[in-house]
Write a new protein. Structure first.
Length: 483
């Protein structure tokens, strides 16, 4: 499209869209997807570093950023990257975030004609590992940023800092420590990033935080070894039976949490109003919703975004592929608690120990496997309304605001450690198959995402917004101190 007759905001949005129609965006994304940045596999450590030094740093350098590769404070783990573009220290600063690592390719499980390490276009879907999580999403934002800089003839009207990590898919080890150590270098006023899914593919979404997560392993080993069930059955302990009974004291047969220390606090009215009537599922590739499961007195939206859930991710004892007539010597289960803000998650292990002991399960061992805090920016915060209004201006339709994502991202590093108001602009959807075979982005979401990001990044540079950003920062820090 001819851009000579456009100016200002319209020009920025059109320049971002032109990168898609010209094929430049997909060429860049194909190159990034082709880099096998699997953080779960130490054999790809060089590629993980190269993604930052050979792919992201040169791109940002062209946009006027100074970059510094940061060694991970956790030994033998991938590095991080801090980049900054400072136009004037007196101007406000936006912090962006992205991660370049991906999960295993699972090459043999993708559909015929589709491979994880190259882009494939089928019926409006763009397939490839990392397209949805997170290479496609941060590529959209960087493309939009470049378009805004070009439209403003080299000036944004504010400063930008960017933090990249390469370990998100292994729970972001070192990210929190990096934010603490480099707190001054990352000091900003506002935070915007893209990860996770929209509510639905056709519902542009903002979310303001995420549910937290705690993962635990319960294990019981009798020390008896595997014993013949005919010779010893009925007179020695079967750990699988003990463990199953222990789990039944935590969860009902309908998935309802039975103990108070794992339950969510009451849903605040402001949050309930946003999530109560949100549609959940219903897409062609979505799973069937069970209306009787979990906290079934709540709506689907409240169950997914406003409640806690306890899931059994894994359960094992003996063998089911080749069963033998033997009592297993051990049994174990992996439990995962997804929880909302206000849950005393740091006391979960202690409370669980007391609960199991009180029910006669002293022999079951508990191993804490890690966790993240839950976060949620208040929906009434002015940064939320600013981004929402900008998005509506770009698309001509309202966006939907989620107080928190149903899943978990390391948002606490930005909201709690760096003390920033956090808004996330997801460029994917729940059925994108992230972490699974046939991961993909939708072309329609890419098109909208470029416009959304370019609009927000343009609007932040309007002179009138400097007062807004300073007021926003003061409001957030005052509210945080009050908490």
């Amino acid at each position: 499209m001819d851009t000579t007759q456009l100016s200002g905001r319209e020009l920025a949005l059109q320049l971002a869209s032109n990168e898609l129609s010209s094929g430049n965006f997909y060429q860049t994304l194909a190159r990034r997807v082709g880099l096998r940045t699997v953080s779960q596999d130490p054999e790809h450590s060089d590629t993980l570093r190269d993604y930052l030094t050979e792919e992201i740093v040169p791109h940002l350098s062209k946009l006027g950023f100074d970059s510094q590769v940061i060694e991970n404070p956790k030994s033998d783990l991938p590095p991080l990257l801090i980049s900054q573009r400072i136009e004037d220290p007196t101007l406000s600063t936006l912090l962006l975030y992205g991660h370049g690592d991906v999960t295993d390719g699972q090459e043999d499980k993708w559909s015929d004609g589709i491979a994880p390490w190259e882009l494939t276009f089928v019926d409006g879907r763009v397939y490839g590992r990392g397209t949805a999580d997170n290479k496609g999403q941060h590529s959209i934002n960087l493309t939009a940023l470049e378009a805004v800089i070009k439209a403003r003839k080299g000036q944004l009207g504010y400063n930008v800092k960017i933090l990249f990590e390469m370990s998100e898919e292994i729970d972001s080890p070192g990210l929190e420590e990096t934010c603490k150590t480099y707190k001054e270098a990352l000091k900003s006023d506002l935070f915007l990033a893209s990860d996770g899914p929209r509510i639905r593919h056709d519902m542009p979404t903002l979310f303001l935080g995420s549910r937290g997560v705690v993962q635990l392993k319960l294990a019981l080993n009798t020390g008896n070894g595997g014993r013949h069930s005919g010779n010893w059955g009925g007179i020695i302990t079967n750990p699988a039976v003990v463990l199953c009974n222990a789990l039944s004291t935590l969860l009902s047969s309908e998935g309802k949490i039975l103990v108070d220390f794992l339950k969510a606090p009451a849903i605040p009215d402001e949050v309930a109003q946003l999530v109560r009537n949100l549609p959940v599922g219903g897409g062609d590739n979505d799973p069937a919703i069970n209306p009787a499961w979990g906290e079934n007195q709540l709506t689907d939206g409240e169950r997914l975004y406003g409640a806690n859930t306890l899931e059994i991710l894994g359960l094992s004892a003996g063998r089911t592929d080749k069963p033998v007539g033997a009592i297993p010597e051990s049994a174990e289960a992996i439990l995962q608690l997804r929880f909302v803000k206000g849950t005393d998650w740091q006391a979960v292990e202690k409370n669980l120990r007391q609960h199991l002991n009180a029910h006669g399960f002293e022999g079951i061992q508990i191993q804490f496997m890690g966790g993240y805090a839950a976060t949620r920016l208040e929906p009434s915060h002015p940064w939320v309304s600013f981004v929402a209004q900008s998005a509506e201006n770009s698309l001509g339709q309202a966006v939907h605001i989620l107080p928190n994502l149903g899943g978990t991202i390391p948002n606490h590093c930005f909201s709690d450690v760096l003390n920033l108001p956090t808004v996330w602009l997801p460029h994917s959807y729940a059925s994108c198959n992230q972490h699974a075979p046939d991961e993909h982005l939708l072309e329609t979401i890419i098109e909208q995402g470029l416009k959304l990001a370019a609009g927000i990044l343009w609007d932040l540079g309007e002179p009138k917004e400097q007062a807004f950003k300073q007021t926003t920062t003061t409001t957030h820090r005052t509210a945080t101190k009050a908490e």
